[in-house]
Design a protein around this ligand. Structure first.
Ligand code: GRF
Length: 220
């Protein structure tokens, strides 16, 4: 039998994406175990959510290490202690260093609230609304050494309405985040994702016609 994937989540904030993943695991849609949730913010609600579900929740103080790499060594030690196979960044407000990236090659994902490569960085819901684009959305991607640059796993598209501001657009995008992040995790745990250069090949999914569908239905 295939080994159950052990998931570690890094989160700095509210943790609604974390919640979507916990819910999918608890509903049996994702065959995985939630091994640990780590935060750089002591009062992150994400930690609270984890505890509520009996998941180990750890606050790791970023002020302890001088360099970003030192902090990531502390994070890595925790991930290893909890035998984590897959790392999920979910509203994690720190840039991860090669210390983590090299320890989890193509085994670390991030969710970004825009259609990458458009609008990388911060406050992108407001940037998209202010720019006047007609569509925005969200992207789940593997993490590489750049900021929001790694190979794209799944994207979902939402319309940008004339009266949208960052908040209204952000809420519409967040709903889609909660659909596609668990789906990307499911595909990973089922061994269906393969990185080939810049591209992620999704095995056995997306029939030819589905590939150009907007927001293909999520299975399961
Ligand atoms: C989400 O919009 C995510 O895309 C971004 O940070 C936000 C985190 O929200 N990286 P939550 O903490 O999962 O509710």
């Amino acid at each position: 039998m295939a080994k159950t994937t052990r998931i570690g989540v890094l989160a700095s904030g509210g943790g609604s994406n974390l919640q979507a993943i916990i819910d999918s695991v608890e509903a049996g849609k994702i065959m995985a175990e939630m091994a640990v949730v780590i935060s750089d913010k002591e009062d992150a609600f994400a930690l609270e959510r984890a505890r509520k579900h009996g998941i180990t929740a750890e606050y790791l103080d970023p002020k302890k290490g001088r360099r970003r790499e030192d902090y990531d060594m502390t994070v890595l030690a925790s991930l290893r202690r909890h035998k984590v196979d897959l790392v999920l960044l979910a509203g994690y407000m720190r840039l991860v260093t090669p210390v983590l990236i090299e320890a989890y090659p193509w085994k670390m994902m991030n969710i970004h609230p825009a259609l990458l490569p458009a609008f990388p960085g911060l406050h992108v819901q407001k940037k998209a609304a202010d720019y006047g684009v007609r569509f925005s959305g969200c992207t789940v991607h593997f993490v590489d050494g750049g900021m929001d640059t790694g190979p794209v796993i799944i994207q979902a598209v939402v319309p940008v309405l004339p009266d949208d501001d960052g908040d209204t657009l952000g809420a519409r995008i967040l709903k889609q985040e909660h659909r596609i992040y668990p789906e990307a995790v499911r595909l990973f745990t089922e061994g269906k994702l393969k990185v080939a250069g810049r591209k992620v090949i999704v095995k056995g999914s997306f029939a030819k016609d589905d590939a150009c569908m907007i927001n293909p239905p999520i299975k399961g």
